[in-house]
Ligand binder design. Structure first.
Ligand SMILES: Nc1ncnc2c1ncn2[C@@H]1O[C@H](COP(=O)(O)OP(=O)(O)O)[C@@H](O)[C@H]1O
Ligand SMILES: O=C(CO)[C@@H](O)[C@H](O)COP(=O)(O)O
Length: 533
């Protein structure tokens, strides 16, 4: 009999990725399909469409389905032995939503193995372009929701977050108010994560508690939908969402489609999918006191916490690996795409040249500071490029190398300032665990280490959401017997030290952090008066 293996998937913003691990937790297969490059027929940029209002951002749902067809075919042609797979789980970019048309459950259930899924599911979606996390078009729905439950702080106390435009409840409310007939045709609403799980299950997969906490709909303490939030968003919503489940739940066996088309075993189990950040928490084996920083399309910072106090900034999500605890999350929208834009403008499109600029400039950038928000930022709410010299005077440009350092130092100063606002303190034993595409870049990690005055660790793969999903697949099989994820992965390789802070970094950055926080107040978006020019 073939040695067992476990699959972890990640339906992220720019790509679909997969990792297979063996029973010793070693990565034995890794692959990806890049939406823009490998599926050019969908004409996405960074995996998404930015609409003409610059606020609405969507991704074609059939692109995700076709990417799954493509990656499975690639695995098949490489000789991947699907019969070995005992369980699979996965992750999806958070907050995005998929609208299944009435009757689609039958199509999912009876999928013919002769055809690729994207052909079979062509007519299954009431909304062909799914709203995703980059969308910021639901300001009026957010204000309605906060009003309906008694204010922003009250909503945060119930759901873990005040109303955010990308959060799924507000997106659903927009679809219902603009297209009630589309809403009426919809029999099930999935998150990207539970949509992906549905493809493997051949049935509608439930939403897990952790990704469900990014909707402004779930009571994070009781782990049930909030009736007042549901009612404020759209009628009959509870039925369309199904009941949420613990993140470690085994949802069932893989659909016959995969057994017949690819040779999966009928015993292969599908474990609930979750959000990409929660899955990364599992993949990095985050411990209390650690700080995780993901440098993917978005930048995120997250922590494992026991006793959260939901606030007006940041998010509290149910912890994906331990239902008694929580995770705190900050999301920064201007992450890798912003860095790519500055790389293209200032470093001829080369990461090597970008890194050289970081080496050739001094820590602290001689007091030059910058805010780089090509699109409306989430943390803080601000837009535009704002540069300040060491006298706090606004300047219109910087030399190229200074621009690159100002961008990277600014991005990390913002992370430290906002993490500290959440109550987080850098301690002598703090470890930063870095992941995501930009964590490949040591020069970027050095700036991160200096700004936080803490050592930065990485794991063997930057695809921690995939790895965490594969770990969660194993955990799902034993979770009911009270085995923790930590027990399951105790033999996995430890995170490796990547960089340590430069001597004197704390003294250098302390006054700069103070200045940055003060300048941030000046650039924060104020709809009644333009930000400083
Ligand atoms: N050497 C590098 N230096 C900085 N950024 C990099 C480097 N290599 C890749 N990246 C960034 O990684 C991003 C993709 O990260 P990834 O975590 O795979 O994103 P996602 O999961 O959101 O699709 C790319 O947009 C790219 O800008
Ligand atoms: O909106 C958030 C978290 O709240 C984003 O972090 C999305 O989950 C997208 O993730 P990436 O594709 O950038 O990893």
């Amino acid at each position: 009999m073939a040695a067992p293996c476990f699959l972890g998937w990640d339906f992220s913003t720019q790509q679909l990725k997969v990792i297979a691990i063996d029973e010793h937790l070693r990565v034995i297969y890794e692959d990806n399909v890049h939406f823009d490059k490998d599926l050019p027929e969908f004409k996405t940029q960074g995996g998404a469409y930015v609409h003409s209002d610059r606020l609405t951002v969507t991704s074609p749902v059939l692109m995700w389905v076709k990417a799954l067809d493509m990656i499975l075919e690639k695995m098949k042609s490489s000789g991947f032995n699907f019969t070995q797979v005992r369980a699979l789980s996965g992750a999806g970019q958070q907050h995005g939503s998929v609208y299944w048309k009435k009757g689609s459950i039958q199509t999912l259930k009876n999928a013919s193995p002769e055809l690729p899924l994207h052909q079979l599911l062509k007519a299954c979606f009431a909304v062909s372009n799914s709203p995703i996390w980059m969308d910021s078009s639901t300001a009026s729905q957010c204000s309605n929701l906060e009003k309906a439950v008694g204010g922003a702080q009250r909503l945060a106390a119930i759901t873990g977050s005040r109303a955010y435009e990308r959060f799924t409840g507000n997106q659903i409310a927009k679809i219902y108010s603009q297209n009630p007939e589309v809403y009426a045709q919809t029999e099930r609403i999935s998150l990207v994560s539970s949509f992906a799980a549905s493809l493997f299950l051949g049935a509608y997969a439930p939403i897990d508690y952790s990704d469900g906490s990014g909707m402004n709909l779930l009571q994070i303490w009781e782990k049930v939908w909030s009736a007042s939030c549901l009612d404020a968003c759209a009628p009959g919503l509870e039925e369309k969402l199904g009941s949420p489940v613990p993140s470690h739940s085994v949802l069932g066996s893989i659909s016959p489609y995969y057994i017949q088309r690819y040779g999966f075993s009928p015993d292969c189990k599908v474990v609930a999918f979750t959000g990409d950040n929660p899955a990364s928490l599992a993949g990095m084996r985050l411990q209390e006191g650690d700080i995780a920083i993901s440098l993917g399309t978005s930048d995120t910072l997250f922590l494992w916490i026991q006793e959260p106090t939901p606030a007006l900034e940041g998010h509290i999500l149910c912890n994906p690996v331990d239902s008694q605890t929580f995770m705190a999350l900050l999301c920064f929208k201007n992450g890798s795409l912003m860095r790519e834009r500055i790389r293209d403008d200032c470093a001829s499109g080369s990461w090597d040249e970008f890194s050289k600029a970081l080496s050739s400039t001094v820590a602290g950038n001689n007091g030059n500071l910058g805010f780089y928000f090509d699109v409306m930022e989430i943390t803080p709410e601000a837009v535009g490029i704002h540069r300040f010299n060491s006298d706090n005077q606004k300047v219109s440009d910087f030399p190229k190398e200074v621009e690159i350092r100002a961008l990277i130092e600014g991005q990390f100063m913002a992370k430290r300032i906002h993490a500290e606002k959440l109550g987080y303190k850098v301690m002598p034993r703090t470890r930063i665990l870095a992941t995501g595409g930009a964590s490949h870049n040591k020069k970027i990690l050095q700036v991160l280490s200096d700004v936080f005055n803490a050592p930065v660790y990485t794991i063997d793969t930057a695809n921690s959401a995939c790895l965490g999903s594969a770990y969660r697949a194993i955990h799902g099989l034993v979770a009911e017997t009270n085995v923790s994820l930590a027990d399951v992965v105790k033999l996995a390789p430890e995170p490796r030290l990547a960089v340590t802070p430069t001597t004197g970094a704390e003294e250098l950055y302390r006054p700069l952090l103070k200045r940055y926080a003060e300048l941030e107040q000046k650039v924060i978006y104020n709809p009644t008066s333009c930000p400083v020019k």
